[in-house]
Design a protein around this ligand. Structure first.
Ligand SMILES: [Zn+2]
Length: 379
Protein backbone atom coordinates (compact mmCIF):
# COMPACT_ATOMS: atom_id res chain seq x y z
CA UNK A 1 0.00 0.00 0.00
CA UNK A 2 1.24 3.40 -0.94
CA UNK A 3 0.73 6.39 1.34
CA UNK A 4 0.86 10.00 0.17
CA UNK A 5 1.01 12.77 2.75
CA UNK A 6 0.06 16.35 1.91
CA UNK A 7 -0.04 19.50 3.92
CA UNK A 8 -2.24 22.54 3.25
CA UNK A 9 -1.82 25.88 5.04
CA UNK A 10 -5.24 26.98 6.26
CA UNK A 11 -4.79 29.87 8.67
CA UNK A 12 -2.07 32.32 9.57
CA UNK A 13 -2.49 33.37 13.19
CA UNK A 14 -2.00 36.85 14.62
CA UNK A 15 1.40 35.77 15.96
CA UNK A 16 2.53 34.57 12.55
CA UNK A 17 2.31 30.82 13.04
CA UNK A 18 0.50 28.94 10.31
CA UNK A 19 -2.02 26.17 11.01
CA UNK A 20 -1.91 23.33 8.53
CA UNK A 21 -4.22 20.59 7.45
CA UNK A 22 -2.47 17.27 6.95
CA UNK A 23 -3.99 14.63 4.69
CA UNK A 24 -2.96 10.98 4.47
CA UNK A 25 -4.01 9.17 1.31
CA UNK A 26 -3.63 5.45 0.85
CA UNK A 27 -3.79 3.88 -2.61
CA UNK A 28 -4.64 0.29 -3.48
CA UNK A 29 -5.47 -1.03 -6.94
CA UNK A 30 -7.85 1.13 -9.06
CA UNK A 31 -11.28 1.61 -7.49
CA UNK A 32 -13.52 4.08 -5.66
CA UNK A 33 -12.23 6.95 -3.55
CA UNK A 34 -13.38 7.63 0.03
CA UNK A 35 -12.89 10.85 2.00
CA UNK A 36 -12.83 10.61 5.80
CA UNK A 37 -12.40 13.62 8.08
CA UNK A 38 -12.71 14.12 11.84
CA UNK A 39 -12.94 16.96 14.35
CA UNK A 40 -14.41 19.79 12.30
CA UNK A 41 -15.98 20.48 15.68
CA UNK A 42 -12.88 20.79 17.83
CA UNK A 43 -14.14 18.93 20.91
CA UNK A 44 -15.27 15.89 18.90
CA UNK A 45 -12.29 13.60 19.18
CA UNK A 46 -13.37 9.99 18.79
CA UNK A 47 -13.24 10.07 14.98
CA UNK A 48 -9.46 10.48 15.23
CA UNK A 49 -9.21 7.22 17.18
CA UNK A 50 -11.31 5.56 14.47
CA UNK A 51 -9.00 6.98 11.76
CA UNK A 52 -5.91 5.65 13.57
CA UNK A 53 -7.37 2.14 13.76
CA UNK A 54 -8.44 2.25 10.14
CA UNK A 55 -5.02 3.43 8.92
CA UNK A 56 -3.40 0.67 10.97
CA UNK A 57 -5.72 -2.05 9.65
CA UNK A 58 -5.29 -1.01 6.02
CA UNK A 59 -1.56 -1.68 6.16
CA UNK A 60 -2.31 -5.39 6.38
CA UNK A 61 -5.25 -5.51 3.93
CA UNK A 62 -5.56 -5.80 0.19
CA UNK A 63 -7.58 -2.80 -0.87
CA UNK A 64 -9.08 -1.50 -4.06
CA UNK A 65 -9.41 2.24 -4.52
CA UNK A 66 -8.10 4.94 -2.26
CA UNK A 67 -8.91 6.75 0.98
CA UNK A 68 -7.98 10.23 2.11
CA UNK A 69 -7.87 10.65 5.88
CA UNK A 70 -8.00 14.08 7.49
CA UNK A 71 -7.65 13.76 11.27
CA UNK A 72 -8.03 17.00 13.25
CA UNK A 73 -9.65 18.68 10.27
CA UNK A 74 -10.07 21.99 12.12
CA UNK A 75 -6.92 22.67 14.17
CA UNK A 76 -8.08 26.16 15.15
CA UNK A 77 -11.21 24.71 16.78
CA UNK A 78 -9.28 21.90 18.50
CA UNK A 79 -6.87 24.41 20.03
CA UNK A 80 -9.65 26.61 21.35
CA UNK A 81 -9.52 25.68 25.03
CA UNK A 82 -11.34 27.38 27.89
CA UNK A 83 -10.15 25.87 31.15
CA UNK A 84 -10.29 22.11 30.69
CA UNK A 85 -13.06 22.45 28.12
CA UNK A 86 -12.77 22.72 24.32
CA UNK A 87 -14.90 25.47 22.80
CA UNK A 88 -15.01 23.63 19.51
CA UNK A 89 -18.45 23.92 17.95
CA UNK A 90 -18.52 27.61 17.04
CA UNK A 91 -15.94 29.85 15.45
CA UNK A 92 -14.99 32.10 18.40
CA UNK A 93 -14.39 35.04 16.04
CA UNK A 94 -17.72 34.97 14.18
CA UNK A 95 -19.94 32.79 16.36
CA UNK A 96 -20.81 30.52 13.42
CA UNK A 97 -21.21 26.76 13.77
CA UNK A 98 -18.19 25.24 12.01
CA UNK A 99 -20.44 22.66 10.35
CA UNK A 100 -22.81 25.20 8.77
CA UNK A 101 -20.29 27.19 6.73
CA UNK A 102 -20.11 25.01 3.63
CA UNK A 103 -21.63 26.10 0.32
CA UNK A 104 -24.01 24.62 -2.21
CA UNK A 105 -21.31 25.09 -4.83
CA UNK A 106 -23.52 24.57 -7.88
CA UNK A 107 -25.84 27.38 -6.77
CA UNK A 108 -23.17 29.69 -5.36
CA UNK A 109 -20.91 29.45 -8.39
CA UNK A 110 -23.75 29.84 -10.91
CA UNK A 111 -22.46 26.76 -12.70
CA UNK A 112 -24.81 25.98 -15.57
CA UNK A 113 -25.78 22.43 -14.68
CA UNK A 114 -28.56 22.29 -17.28
CA UNK A 115 -26.05 22.89 -20.01
CA UNK A 116 -23.73 20.22 -18.56
CA UNK A 117 -26.61 17.74 -18.42
CA UNK A 118 -27.66 18.54 -22.00
CA UNK A 119 -24.12 18.12 -23.33
CA UNK A 120 -23.46 14.85 -21.51
CA UNK A 121 -26.82 13.10 -21.32
CA UNK A 122 -25.88 10.49 -23.93
CA UNK A 123 -22.76 9.26 -22.12
CA UNK A 124 -22.80 6.35 -19.68
CA UNK A 125 -23.29 7.20 -16.00
CA UNK A 126 -19.65 6.24 -15.29
CA UNK A 127 -18.43 8.74 -17.89
CA UNK A 128 -20.80 11.47 -16.73
CA UNK A 129 -19.65 10.90 -13.14
CA UNK A 130 -15.97 11.36 -13.93
CA UNK A 131 -16.60 14.35 -16.20
CA UNK A 132 -18.69 15.96 -13.46
CA UNK A 133 -15.99 15.39 -10.83
CA UNK A 134 -13.42 17.03 -13.12
CA UNK A 135 -15.82 19.92 -13.63
CA UNK A 136 -16.37 20.31 -9.87
CA UNK A 137 -12.62 20.61 -9.37
CA UNK A 138 -12.49 23.53 -11.83
CA UNK A 139 -15.61 25.13 -10.32
CA UNK A 140 -14.08 25.05 -6.82
CA UNK A 141 -10.75 26.43 -8.01
CA UNK A 142 -12.42 29.32 -9.80
CA UNK A 143 -14.81 30.01 -6.91
CA UNK A 144 -11.95 30.23 -4.39
CA UNK A 145 -9.79 32.26 -6.77
CA UNK A 146 -12.63 34.77 -7.28
CA UNK A 147 -13.03 35.11 -3.50
CA UNK A 148 -9.30 35.77 -3.14
CA UNK A 149 -9.24 38.29 -5.98
CA UNK A 150 -12.21 40.18 -4.60
CA UNK A 151 -10.74 40.00 -1.05
CA UNK A 152 -13.79 38.08 0.14
CA UNK A 153 -12.06 34.98 1.45
CA UNK A 154 -13.40 35.47 4.99
CA UNK A 155 -12.78 33.72 8.31
CA UNK A 156 -15.28 30.97 7.57
CA UNK A 157 -14.45 30.25 3.93
CA UNK A 158 -10.98 28.86 3.53
CA UNK A 159 -11.05 25.72 5.64
CA UNK A 160 -14.58 24.73 4.71
CA UNK A 161 -14.05 25.24 0.99
CA UNK A 162 -10.78 23.30 1.05
CA UNK A 163 -12.43 20.34 2.81
CA UNK A 164 -15.32 20.47 0.35
CA UNK A 165 -12.99 20.65 -2.64
CA UNK A 166 -10.92 17.69 -1.41
CA UNK A 167 -14.10 15.69 -0.84
CA UNK A 168 -15.54 16.52 -4.27
CA UNK A 169 -13.31 13.81 -5.80
CA UNK A 170 -14.78 11.11 -3.56
CA UNK A 171 -17.39 8.39 -4.12
CA UNK A 172 -18.06 8.26 -0.38
CA UNK A 173 -17.65 11.04 2.18
CA UNK A 174 -17.64 10.28 5.90
CA UNK A 175 -17.62 13.27 8.25
CA UNK A 176 -16.84 11.99 11.74
CA UNK A 177 -18.42 13.89 14.61
CA UNK A 178 -19.78 13.26 18.12
CA UNK A 179 -22.73 14.61 20.06
CA UNK A 180 -22.41 16.43 23.42
CA UNK A 181 -23.14 13.41 25.67
CA UNK A 182 -24.42 10.99 23.09
CA UNK A 183 -24.95 7.49 21.86
CA UNK A 184 -23.62 6.51 18.44
CA UNK A 185 -25.87 7.68 15.60
CA UNK A 186 -25.79 8.48 11.91
CA UNK A 187 -27.26 11.18 9.67
CA UNK A 188 -28.23 9.96 6.23
CA UNK A 189 -29.97 11.72 3.36
CA UNK A 190 -33.13 10.08 2.03
CA UNK A 191 -31.63 9.16 -1.36
CA UNK A 192 -28.94 6.99 0.27
CA UNK A 193 -30.96 5.59 3.17
CA UNK A 194 -30.65 1.98 2.05
CA UNK A 195 -26.87 2.32 1.85
CA UNK A 196 -26.78 3.95 5.29
CA UNK A 197 -27.64 0.66 6.96
CA UNK A 198 -24.31 -0.76 5.79
CA UNK A 199 -22.67 1.63 8.25
CA UNK A 200 -24.27 -0.47 10.97
CA UNK A 201 -25.35 2.32 13.31
CA UNK A 202 -28.08 1.39 15.77
CA UNK A 203 -29.67 4.86 15.34
CA UNK A 204 -30.19 6.59 11.99
CA UNK A 205 -31.64 10.08 11.47
CA UNK A 206 -32.89 10.47 7.91
CA UNK A 207 -32.56 14.01 6.55
CA UNK A 208 -34.09 15.48 3.36
CA UNK A 209 -32.00 15.72 0.16
CA UNK A 210 -31.58 19.43 0.83
CA UNK A 211 -28.88 21.91 1.71
CA UNK A 212 -28.58 23.30 5.24
CA UNK A 213 -24.90 24.27 5.37
CA UNK A 214 -23.38 21.01 6.69
CA UNK A 215 -20.51 19.04 5.11
CA UNK A 216 -22.57 15.95 4.29
CA UNK A 217 -25.17 18.08 2.50
CA UNK A 218 -22.57 20.21 0.70
CA UNK A 219 -21.00 17.01 -0.65
CA UNK A 220 -24.19 15.34 -1.89
CA UNK A 221 -25.96 18.44 -3.26
CA UNK A 222 -23.96 18.64 -6.53
CA UNK A 223 -25.10 15.08 -7.27
CA UNK A 224 -28.73 15.86 -6.39
CA UNK A 225 -28.59 18.87 -8.75
CA UNK A 226 -27.03 16.71 -11.47
CA UNK A 227 -29.61 13.95 -11.03
CA UNK A 228 -32.45 16.50 -11.30
CA UNK A 229 -30.90 18.20 -14.34
CA UNK A 230 -30.42 14.88 -16.15
CA UNK A 231 -34.01 13.91 -15.40
CA UNK A 232 -35.17 16.85 -17.54
CA UNK A 233 -33.45 15.15 -20.47
CA UNK A 234 -35.08 11.81 -19.66
CA UNK A 235 -31.86 10.35 -18.26
CA UNK A 236 -32.65 8.69 -14.93
CA UNK A 237 -29.73 7.86 -12.72
CA UNK A 238 -29.49 6.59 -9.18
CA UNK A 239 -26.72 8.38 -7.32
CA UNK A 240 -23.94 6.04 -6.20
CA UNK A 241 -22.00 8.66 -4.27
CA UNK A 242 -22.84 8.88 -0.58
CA UNK A 243 -22.12 11.45 2.07
CA UNK A 244 -22.79 10.80 5.76
CA UNK A 245 -22.25 12.37 9.17
CA UNK A 246 -21.23 9.72 11.69
CA UNK A 247 -21.64 10.57 15.37
CA UNK A 248 -19.25 8.47 17.45
CA UNK A 249 -20.49 9.02 21.01
CA UNK A 250 -19.68 12.00 23.23
CA UNK A 251 -17.42 15.01 22.80
CA UNK A 252 -14.19 15.44 24.77
CA UNK A 253 -13.57 11.68 24.81
CA UNK A 254 -10.97 9.70 22.91
CA UNK A 255 -11.02 5.93 23.49
CA UNK A 256 -8.91 3.60 21.35
CA UNK A 257 -10.66 0.53 22.74
CA UNK A 258 -14.12 1.77 21.67
CA UNK A 259 -12.66 2.87 18.34
CA UNK A 260 -11.59 -0.71 17.61
CA UNK A 261 -15.34 -1.50 17.53
CA UNK A 262 -16.37 1.79 15.87
CA UNK A 263 -14.10 1.04 12.94
CA UNK A 264 -16.20 -1.99 11.96
CA UNK A 265 -18.82 0.42 10.68
CA UNK A 266 -16.48 1.92 8.10
CA UNK A 267 -14.90 -1.43 7.19
CA UNK A 268 -18.36 -2.76 6.38
CA UNK A 269 -19.13 0.31 4.23
CA UNK A 270 -15.82 -0.26 2.42
CA UNK A 271 -17.00 -3.78 1.60
CA UNK A 272 -20.24 -2.34 0.24
CA UNK A 273 -18.28 0.12 -1.92
CA UNK A 274 -15.97 -2.62 -3.17
CA UNK A 275 -12.77 -1.36 -1.55
CA UNK A 276 -12.48 -4.49 0.59
CA UNK A 277 -13.41 -8.04 -0.23
CA UNK A 278 -16.31 -9.71 1.55
CA UNK A 279 -20.06 -9.39 1.83
CA UNK A 280 -21.28 -6.38 3.81
CA UNK A 281 -23.91 -7.03 6.46
CA UNK A 282 -26.43 -4.95 8.38
CA UNK A 283 -27.79 -4.82 11.92
CA UNK A 284 -31.21 -4.01 13.35
CA UNK A 285 -31.51 -0.23 13.44
CA UNK A 286 -33.95 2.39 14.64
CA UNK A 287 -34.53 5.17 12.12
CA UNK A 288 -36.48 8.40 12.33
CA UNK A 289 -37.14 11.25 9.91
CA UNK A 290 -35.48 14.56 10.74
CA UNK A 291 -38.83 16.14 11.64
CA UNK A 292 -39.25 13.48 14.33
CA UNK A 293 -35.73 14.02 15.70
CA UNK A 294 -36.84 16.37 18.46
CA UNK A 295 -34.99 18.73 20.71
CA UNK A 296 -36.46 18.98 24.19
CA UNK A 297 -35.68 22.46 25.46
CA UNK A 298 -35.43 22.97 29.18
CA UNK A 299 -38.83 24.20 30.45
CA UNK A 300 -37.16 25.71 33.52
CA UNK A 301 -33.82 26.53 35.07
CA UNK A 302 -32.15 24.60 37.86
CA UNK A 303 -29.96 21.65 38.70
CA UNK A 304 -30.81 18.55 36.69
CA UNK A 305 -30.78 14.88 37.55
CA UNK A 306 -30.99 13.03 34.19
CA UNK A 307 -32.90 9.74 34.43
CA UNK A 308 -32.24 8.45 30.92
CA UNK A 309 -28.86 8.14 29.30
CA UNK A 310 -28.22 8.34 25.54
CA UNK A 311 -29.24 5.13 23.78
CA UNK A 312 -32.01 4.37 26.29
CA UNK A 313 -35.62 3.93 25.26
CA UNK A 314 -38.43 5.60 27.22
CA UNK A 315 -42.21 5.58 27.13
CA UNK A 316 -44.78 8.36 27.16
CA UNK A 317 -45.22 9.50 30.77
CA UNK A 318 -41.73 8.49 31.96
CA UNK A 319 -39.79 11.07 33.96
CA UNK A 320 -36.89 12.08 31.74
CA UNK A 321 -35.23 14.37 34.25
CA UNK A 322 -35.83 15.94 37.67
CA UNK A 323 -35.18 19.62 38.24
CA UNK A 324 -34.17 21.13 41.56
CA UNK A 325 -34.78 24.85 42.05
CA UNK A 326 -32.72 25.84 45.06
CA UNK A 327 -34.57 29.14 45.44
CA UNK A 328 -37.81 27.38 46.36
CA UNK A 329 -36.67 25.06 49.14
CA UNK A 330 -39.01 24.54 52.05
CA UNK A 331 -36.46 23.57 54.75
CA UNK A 332 -39.00 21.24 56.38
CA UNK A 333 -39.24 19.13 53.23
CA UNK A 334 -36.22 20.30 51.23
CA UNK A 335 -35.97 17.69 48.49
CA UNK A 336 -39.61 17.35 47.50
CA UNK A 337 -40.40 21.05 47.81
CA UNK A 338 -37.89 22.21 45.22
CA UNK A 339 -38.21 19.28 42.82
CA UNK A 340 -40.16 19.16 39.56
CA UNK A 341 -40.20 16.70 36.71
CA UNK A 342 -39.88 16.73 32.94
CA UNK A 343 -42.13 14.01 31.57
CA UNK A 344 -41.97 12.35 28.15
CA UNK A 345 -44.88 13.37 25.92
CA UNK A 346 -44.41 10.41 23.56
CA UNK A 347 -42.28 7.26 23.25
CA UNK A 348 -38.72 7.67 22.04
CA UNK A 349 -35.00 7.07 22.43
CA UNK A 350 -32.60 9.55 24.00
CA UNK A 351 -29.84 10.25 21.46
CA UNK A 352 -27.97 12.97 23.27
CA UNK A 353 -28.26 15.19 26.30
CA UNK A 354 -26.78 18.38 27.68
CA UNK A 355 -23.40 17.62 29.30
CA UNK A 356 -24.10 19.96 32.21
CA UNK A 357 -26.42 19.38 35.16
CA UNK A 358 -26.81 23.12 35.65
CA UNK A 359 -29.12 24.50 33.00
CA UNK A 360 -30.96 27.70 32.19
CA UNK A 361 -34.52 27.70 30.95
CA UNK A 362 -34.56 27.21 27.15
CA UNK A 363 -31.27 25.34 26.85
CA UNK A 364 -31.17 22.11 24.86
CA UNK A 365 -31.82 19.36 27.38
CA UNK A 366 -32.21 16.26 25.20
CA UNK A 367 -32.32 15.31 21.54
CA UNK A 368 -34.59 12.35 21.03
CA UNK A 369 -35.75 10.08 18.23
CA UNK A 370 -39.54 9.70 18.11
CA UNK A 371 -41.95 7.91 15.75
CA UNK A 372 -39.34 5.21 15.35
CA UNK A 373 -39.09 3.11 12.21
CA UNK A 374 -37.47 -0.26 12.67
CA UNK A 375 -35.00 -1.43 10.07
CA UNK A 376 -34.37 -5.17 10.23
CA UNK A 377 -31.01 -6.67 9.32
CA UNK A 378 -30.81 -8.61 6.06
CA UNK A 379 -31.31 -12.23 6.90
ZN1 LIG B 1 -20.05 17.85 15.33
Amino acid sequence: MKWIINEYPIKELATGEVLNLKTYTVHGSPGPHIHIQASVHGAELQGNAVILHLMDLLNSQKMKGSITFIPLANPYATNNKIGTYTYGRFNPVTGHNWNRNYVDIIKESNFNIDEFAKENKDYSWGEIRSKFKAKLEIVFEKYVEDLIQSKKLAENNKLNLLLQQLASKADGILDLHTGPVATRYLYSAEYQEQVAYYLKFRHVVVIPNEFGGAMDEACFMPWIHLRDALKKYKKNISIDIESFTLEFGSEETFCMQNASKDVESILNYMKYKGLLEGTPDQIDSHACRLKNFRTIYSPKGGLVDYHFEPGQRYLKGDTLASFYNLKSIDPKDPIVSCRSKVMAEEDGIVINRCPSSSVHQGMELFQVMTKLEEHGAIK
